[in-house]
Design a binder for this molecule. Structure first.
Ligand code: 13P
Length: 246
């Protein structure tokens, strides 16, 4: 499968910085062997829709409402994202689960909203350090994925899945390629049990992926791309990770 490299900008950027970063990335785009997307803060999606028009970078958002429309002050619906040309939307990022108390059921509903609007959800799963040390890694990620499978049925083959060990996010600590591959294999098997088309689901790795470790992670058989935070904010680092994805 073609690899998919996604930058998650989190709460970073400005009109000026976004234009400079996208400009630098697009200069290199003719050399890419993988698919590329950036997930930007909602307020910049309109700017990016213009900057990315007709180019090789797909537009992504970082979250969406579990509700369809109505009295939900501050929320952004799947239909609104679709309106702005959004192709991917992260759901269930650990920062949303942790700081906004998003439950497995809410994440599953958000994935369903995205799919219904024609947006590909990038569903994030991952264990905390305490859970890993307690030997619960497999149980945690399987439970998180099971909720999404339960709610979305055979549509599960239309998602992108991302394994992001919480202890590796923004810490400089990465899962070793073997550790990551093991979890990816577990997730792949769970997807296969849920859908005969599961082999088309890209499973991305995220958590301190950088220009130095991307190639060895991406060489693993079940690692189909990356979900990259900090390193995706620097054009040179993100471009060298994109070059490693072939
Ligand atoms: P870092 O690459 O900064 O560790 O962030 C990973 C992440 O959370 C991407 O969604």
């Amino acid at each position: 499968m073609k690899k998919l490299m996604v930058g998650n900008w989190k709460m970073n950027g400005s009109l000026e910085a976004n234009a400079a970063l996208i400009g630098a990335l697009l200069q290199d785009a003719s050399a890419w062997h993988c698919d590329v997307a950036v997930c930007a803060p909602a307020v910049y999606l309109a700017q990016l829709q213009t900057l990315l028009a007709g180019g090789r970078i797909a537009l992504g958002a970082q979250d969406l409402s579990a509700h369809e429309s109505g009295a939900f002050t501050g929320e952004v619906s799947a239909a609104m994202l679709k309106d702005l040309g959004v192709r991917y939307c992260i759901v269930g990022h650990s920062e949303r689960r942790q700081y906004h108390q998003e439950s497995d059921a809410t994440v599953a509903l958000k994935a369903q909203r995205a799919l219904a609007a024609g947006i590909t959800p990038i569903v994030c799963v991952g264990e905390t350090l305490a859970q890993r040390e307690a030997g619960q890694t497999e149980d945690v990620v399987k439970r998180q994925l099971a909720a999404v499978v339960h709610t979305n049925g055979h549509c599960i083959s239309e998602i992108v899945l991302a394994y992001e060990p919480v202890w590796a996010i923004g810490t400089g600590k990465t899962a070793t390629p073997e550790e990551a591959q093991h979890v990816h294999q577990v997730l792949r098997a769970q997807l296969q049990a849920a859908s005969q088309h599961a082999n088309r689901v890209p499973i991305l790795y995220g958590g301190s992926m950088n220009a130095g470790n991307a190639a060895s992670l991406l060489a693993q058989p079940d690692i189909d791309g990356g979900l990259i935070g900090g390193a995706a904010l620097q054009a040179s680092a993100f471009l060298s990770m994109i070059a490693a994805a072939r």
